[in-house]
Design a protein around this ligand. Structure first.
Ligand SMILES: N[C@@H](CCC(=O)N[C@@H](CS)C(=O)NCC(=O)O)C(=O)O
Length: 202
């Protein structure tokens, strides 16, 4: 059994978008929880077993999976026929895993540091900065239209997500702006937002 702890319009909304894209919602029990939000609203939910009180958090037959990238790889492996991932044995599997891990270890941290106005040689040494991350994305999109070529995958869903939340963070680079606009127009993204609207209204 798959259980996803989810909070509306948050990091877990992109996991919901992936489930929509894979037509896999029926296989998952979605448990809405509250979270502490950066604007001071909300609060930790005792019903959420995530050790840090965060979302997304996936439990599969008692096994815990956390971090959006790991959850997405786990789910795309479970639903390979969806075409949203690159399963074990696929020639581009390594590239897929690299982008999914790069999100949490490089892209998310450099964007947060930039927003916080933090810079330090140790950080630059470890993960570089927004300029380098932008160049990596733009380089991949030269082949396009998606990060891994001609099909929209979980890589695009995850890597475009910060720019969809914080539109001003989108670099003024045409190839990136166009990619973010294409990602925003994906039906799964709209479906996940509608789902969240329904949860809030209920
Ligand atoms: N790197 C984590 C980030 C998870 C995260 O920060 N989630 C936020 C929602 S966007 C959260 O649960 N915040 C609640 C809190 O900080 O207590 C991931 O990608 O899963």
């Amino acid at each position: 059994m798959l259980t996803l702890y989810h909070s509306t319009y948050s990091c877990s909304t992109r996991v919901m978008a992936l489930l929509h894209a894979m037509d896999a919602l029926d296989w998952v029990e979605v448990r809405p929880v509250s979270i502490h939000r950066s604007d001071g609203t909300g609060g930790r939910d005792a019903a959420n077993p995530h050790p840090d009180g965060k979302v997304p958090y996936l439990i599969h037959d008692g096994v815990e999976v956390w971090e959006t990238g790991a959850i997405m790889v786990y789910l795309t492996d479970m639903f390979p026929e969806s075409g949203m991932g690159f399963p074990q044995g696929h020639p581009r599997r390594g590239e897929y895993l690299s982008w999914m891990v790069w999100y949490g270890s490089v892209l998310e941290p450099v964007l947060i540091q930039k927003a916080a106005g933090v810079d330090h040689p140790y950080l630059r040494g470890a993960i570089r900065g927004v300029e380098e991350a932008t160049a990596r994305l733009a380089g991949a999109l030269k082949r396009g239209p998606w990060i891994m070529g001609d099909r929209y995958t979980a890589v695009d869903l995850l890597l475009a997500s910060p720019y969809l939340w914080f539109k001003d963070a989108t670099p003024d680079v045409p190839v990136l702006r166009d990619w973010v606009a294409r990602a925003a127009a994906q039906p799964c993204y709209e479906a996940a937002r509608r789902y969240d609207g329904g949860l809030l209204a209920a």
